[in-house]
Design a protein around this ligand. Sequence first.
Ligand code: GLA
Length: 388
Amino acid sequence: MIEIDFVRQRFIKHFDGQTGNVYTSPGRINLIGEHTDYNGGFVFPGAVDKGVTAEMRANGTEDTVMAYAIDLKDRVDFKLSDPAGPKASWARYIYGIALEMKKLGVPVKGFNIAFAGDVPLGAGMSSSAAMESCFACGLNDIFGENKVSQWDMVLAGQATEHNYCGVNCGIMDQFASVFGKAGCLMRLDCRSREFEYFPFKPDGYRLVLLASVVKHQLAGSPYNDRRNSCENVVRHIQAKHPEGKFETLRDCTWEQLEEVKAEVGEEDYKRAKFVLGEKDRVLAVCDALNEGDYEKVGEMMYKTHEGLSKDYEVSCEELDFLNDIAKENGVTGSRIMGGGFGGCTINLVRNDLYKKFVEDAKQKFNAKYGHEPKVYDVVIGDGSRRLC
Ligand code: GLA
């Protein structure tokens, strides 16, 4: 986690010497349940010990925001009343969340903000959700008497992605960032929004991320295309069954998917097939975790990878390569994590195999791609909070 002092010194230096309040929000991992959130399914995320930390203070203006991205050494000032908003992509998260919090009744006025993060960018750990929930937490505290609920902050973060950043994402990332709890994964039903904390202490195993350091870009078409495919399949199933109510793929059965196979086309069919399979896999993982059967959990992770790679088509050569190395090393479970198109694999590995696996992955990946993957041991941390 970023030290409070690191941000504070820069906040003081960069603005008028005064201090504000400091907030932090984490990135996330996801054990299983990928691309299921916007399909009304289940996800199994946890917050990590890396995140975004921001110092914020009302600056007395009506609607001028002065923002400093410490890591980028980039300063952007903008007005909340400017309909276009700032151009810098990082500043759009501040602009977006401020407007979304206003919609929720928080009387946001001008403020100063400086922030830094240690969620590796493009590693699939959702640095963007960490920003949104951190800023939402700060605005709620400074201007809103903390009246906005945690769930509304989750939804404001998601709306920021939809309305200002061009990513039609689900609610998993923002949920994990806001609700995270140290040592616990969370099983969330994305339709009912019910969730439970699952203490995660895999005796004899550990979770490690291998980041390909290949950039992924969810904005624009590839992510949204997948979502459109799923929604298209639902529309076709609904048309065939006017008597039923089909909101998302959660409501659809394998038989119904088969019925529309010819009309939706191969690509949409394969995508929906992945989602239906993933829905079943998350539930199988819950049972396996209850029984302490990590070999079963791992088996499901490999199946998810295969589906994400072949049917959902969100993997890439580098991540398939890392997945193969995991298999060769007898790693219990391995799969691409997050939205895809780059990022990292999440690996459930027995303690006794860990060292050899990581060394082997570094060496083989380097030999093929000219750089080592980055290795992150997963530590499950707490969600959004005020630090001081
Ligand atoms: C991204 C999105 C999430 C989710 C995952 C895939 O991280 O922000 O809502 O859809 O991809 O599971």
